[in-house]
Design a protein around this ligand. Sequence first.
Ligand SMILES: *Cc1c(COP(=O)(O)O)cnc(C)c1O
Length: 219
Amino acid sequence: MNITERLHRIWATLPEGVRLVAVSKFHPAERIEEAYNAGQRIFGESRPQEMAAKAAVLPKDIEWSMIGHLQTNKVKMIAPFVSMIASVDSDRLVAEIEKQAARCERVIDILLEVHVADEETKSGWDVEELRAYIASGAFDTMPHVRVRGVMTIATNTDDESIIRRDFEHIRSIFNEFKPLFGNDFDTLSIGMSDDYPIALEYGSTMVRIGTAIFGAREY
Ligand SMILES: *Cc1c(COP(=O)(O)O)cnc(C)c1O
């Protein structure tokens, strides 16, 4: 199967209203172009330099989504064009996005990345710390940051019950935070190539799929 065929297969499995982020990290621009020509518009990248380089040569109506850990000093590089930063995991990063978005006279959509997985090494906010940060009213002072929802990566395991536990957990966090942010807060980003059918059962509104579209990545 080629990229176009794989995309059509995946689209057919997504309920209406679920957006697909085609995770194109480590794949060359030509492969993104093939997905674009098939009709895909949202692409996910994990490194700012790589995203900026691809954005420069690919169609301007692509919506670029940053899904990898983002260092504060790299926000500047993507602020002029990035559509969503889905991996926001610290107060320092939020503050820097506000600053750079203001400078570009833009409002940047963000997702709060929450740590729910077993692995110590997984990125994302500790839930308690995030609760306290939201309660501090910090977002009220950031007109250039629009909080659209939450994102997480489930535990990397073959044990489906653990993956379900993680998705149930993030769904409850999404439901807890939603009333605090209002109508803009509509995105629950869960599900990757191996677990997105399960994520859909837990109300995912945005799946992030790489390997199942583009094949294995070469690092
Ligand atoms: C790489 C990556 C994905 C895509 O993973 P696949 O297993 O290739 O679908 C999704 N989300 C995040 C945060 C990633 O870093």
